[in-house]
Design a protein around this ligand. Structure first.
Ligand SMILES: N[C@@H](CCC(=O)N[C@@H](CS)C(=O)NCC(=O)O)C(=O)O
Length: 215
């Protein structure tokens, strides 16, 4: 049985939830992080010393870092689907996962934190503008790649797409200056057709209210 710790409106937790749903593995999620707290407690820190979400346990095997979790789950439960068997295709999926975590998110983070997590009166508009512009520039690489690729590593959905989806969903849905990127938008429309994506990523990414009952 897989357990996932993390609030469901987190960009990184959503990768893991979508991955589990695509793979059809049974999992139990526990709220943690953000207003739910719990990530500073000794029990949580013993699983994940960074105090961040997500964390998983797969029958006692504990793991953190969202893209590493997506790689592990894909390898363990999705060989030939989310985990491409051919090394070249797998490397392409890996490359776009690293791009998401190491290039795209660092540029885009200030936009998301500024517009979603920061009250309007405390925002730094210049910081947000710089982030929006930098993100657009970085996304031209993905837009170009998707001109002749249905999914990032080939003709079918892989872990590469899973790592990118929740970030791109935010880029497409936040109130920001956004140039038209038709290839990226067509790719994202393919993700939107997937029930697992609708259930896990196409949900509110606004601040959660722990007082509200879970759906
Ligand atoms: N590189 C880490 C980053 C994890 C991370 O920054 N998680 C954020 C949520 S997206 C977090 O834990 N924020 C504090 C909180 O939610 O309490 C990963 O990909 O798992």
């Amino acid at each position: 049985m897989i357990e996932v710790w993390g609030r469901k409106n987190s960009v990184n937790v959503q990768k893991v939830l979508w991955c589990c749903e695509e793979l059809g593995v049974t999992f139990q999620r526990h709220d943690a992080g953000g207003l739910f707290g719990g990530t500073g407690e000794a029990e949580y820190l013993s699983r994940n010393p960074t105090g961040l979400v997500p964390t998983i346990s797969d029958d006692g095997f504990e793991l953190w870092e969202s893209n590493t979790i997506v790689r592990y789950l894909s390898a363990e439960y999705g060989s030939g689907t989310l985990w491409p068997e051919k090394a070249g295709e797998r490397a392409l999926a890996d490359k776009w996962m690293d791009y998401q975590l190491g290039t795209l998110w660092p540029a885009f983070k200030d936009t998301v934190l500024g517009l979603v997590r920061t009250p309007a009166e405390q925002r730094d508009p210049a910081k947000i503008t710089t982030s929006v512009k930098g993100t657009t520039q970085i996304l031209t690489a993905l837009e170009g790649h998707l001109e002749d690729h249905e999914y990032v590593a080939g003709p079918t959905l892989t872990m590469g797409d899973v790592a990118l989806g929740s970030t791109i969903y935010r880029w497409l849905n936040l109130d920001i200056d956004r140039p038209s990127m038709p290839n990226l938008q067509a790719w994202h429309a393919r993700l939107e057709d997937r029930a697992a994506y609708q259930r896990t990523v196409m949900v509110s990414f606004e601040k959660e209210d722990p007082a509200q009952p879970e759906d």
